[in-house]
Ligand binder design. Structure first.
Ligand code: F6R
Length: 241
């Protein structure tokens, strides 16, 4: 595991975007695993800037997002589909049919999970997986539990996660109760994982995830077993590392 702590958000964004750019340069048809949430926004901004300056292209690449709410129409402002289009996809040359997100607005979420895993497999797996971490140690929406699922699956969101995400909705009642998430297998099989962590409120959980016991009660702790994990934090999140 390689842990890098940056004194400014700009440096963190540049380093993370630089790693993604290097991946695309080495392998123009790279398969990227993407996350939503507040943590990667600055990195996506930097990627858009680099694309506009002609420094990178996503033309040959494909991407799989980690998760999507169940029951929100794609065009809902808080769907992860809308998030990705707003922050990244509409600004770059990644072909639309190569930018994949689980379809949460379906009457058959279980079939959608199977289809999504098949697509990841057909693409040859993830080359570079971008992750954030929840305050309870979740990655994707793999929440702390007595057991974890390898496959893409439907998950009941923890109250803590719904509360954390309520800031994006008018009230907590509007936050969906379920989501589709890529499971632990596709994440752990990624050739490289880039875990991004920002803010003092994440200092304890990232310390626990990287130094504590490997346990299903902290899904991110399994990242300790990954052979090619890169962690980038700001100085606040990284203060105990
Ligand atoms: C988002 C995702 C989540 C977030 C995590 C942190 O696609 O999979 O695991 O990465 O909830 O969210 P932020 O970055 O908003 O603190």
């Amino acid at each position: 595991m390689n842990v890098y702590t940056y004194s400014s958000n700009t440096q963190l964004n540049e380093a993370a975007a630089g790693l993604i750019a290097a991946t695309l340069q080495q392998k123009p048809n790279a398969v990227l695993g993407l996350a939503t949430g507040s943590t990667p926004i600055g990195v996506y901004e930097k990627l858009v800037e680099m694309y506009k300056e002609g420094k990178i292209s996503f033309k040959g690449a494909s991407s799989f997002n980690l998760d999507e709410y169940v029951g929100l129409p794609r065009d809902h402002s808080e769907s992860y589909y809308s998030f990705m289009h707003h922050h990244l996809f509409q600004h770059i040359d990644l072909p639309e049919d190569k930018a994949l997100i689980p379809q949460g607005n379906t009457n058959h979420p279980k079939e959608e999970c199977t289809r999504y895993d098949q697509l990841i497999q057909e693409a040859g797996g993830i080359d570079l997986q971008i992750l954030g971490i929840g305050h309870n140690g979740h990655i994707g929406f793999n929440e702390p539990a007595d057991s974890l699922s390898g496959a893409t699956h439907v998950v009941t969101l923890h109250e803590e996660t719904r509360k954390a995400n309520a800031r994006f909705f008018n009230s907590i009642d509007e936050v969906p109760t379920h989501a589709i998430t890529v499971g632990m297998a596709a994440i752990m099989k990624a050739k490289c994982i880039l875990l991004l962590v920002r803010g003092a409120d994440k200092a304890d959980i990232i310390h626990k995830a990287l130094n504590g016991p490997i346990t299903t009660q902290c899904p991110a702790s399994f990242l300790q077993l990954h052979p090619n994990l890169i962690v980038m934090t700001d100085s606040e999140a990284g203060r105990n590392l």
